[in-house]
Write a protein that binds this ligand. Structure first.
Ligand code: FES
Length: 174
């Protein structure tokens, strides 16, 4: 595998005047989230989740704002945001489909699901439809091996899937 070097120091950040981490969000985080953690930095993950939940992804400006809010450096915040694949630094589709590819789901033919989605939506894993409606990802074990194959659509787990019944469920969202 080749390493790809990115010139991050010269990277331009798209900015807007309106903050991503609004006063309302800060007040909610101060009241509901921060009291559950021993330090502000310890709340890094839920704060990033809250920003992403509000804006669909984590614009770099939002990462900076979250860092300032928690009193950590922007680079520390970006380290965290890039470490976990649950955080998105680019916009994702309105619906995020995650098909489990771990052993039980693989044995129960998760490949049929992926093939169906690829044919239906014209995207492969890691891609988003042109209309911005669906993003497809593969995932490791979703913790429901007994009902494999499984997939998530956003935060809802779908079990005992077949290409046919998942086709219907995705069709209902189109
Ligand atoms: S292997 Fe797919 S849910 Fe466990």
């Amino acid at each position: 595998m080749a390493w790809i070097m990115k010139n991050s120091a010269a990277m331009a950040i798209d900015r807007r005047d309106e903050p991503y981490l609004t006063d309302r969000m800060k007040a909610e985080l101060e009241a509901d989230v921060l009291p559950r953690y021993p330090t502000r930095q310890a709340a890094t993950l839920p704060v990033l989740h809250a920003v992403q939940h509000e804006h669909n992804y984590l614009p770099y400006q939002a990462v900076e704002e979250a860092a300032a809010f928690l009193g950590v450096s922007a680079s520390e915040m970006l380290d965290t945001a890039t470490f976990y694949e649950e955080y998105w630094l680019t916009p994702k589709g309105k619906y995020l489909i995650m098909v489990c590819q771990s052993i039980s789901c693989e044995l129960m033919n998760h490949g049929q699901l992926l093939e169906m989605i690829q044919d239906k939506l014209g995207i492969g894993p890691g891609e988003t439809t042109d209309d911005g409606k669906f993003t497809l990802m593969t995932a490791e074990c979703l913790g429901s091996c007994g009902t494999a194959p499984c997939a998530l659509i956003d935060e809802t787990l779908h079990e005992n899937l077949t290409a046919e019944n998942f086709d219907v469920q995705i069709g209902a969202l189109q």
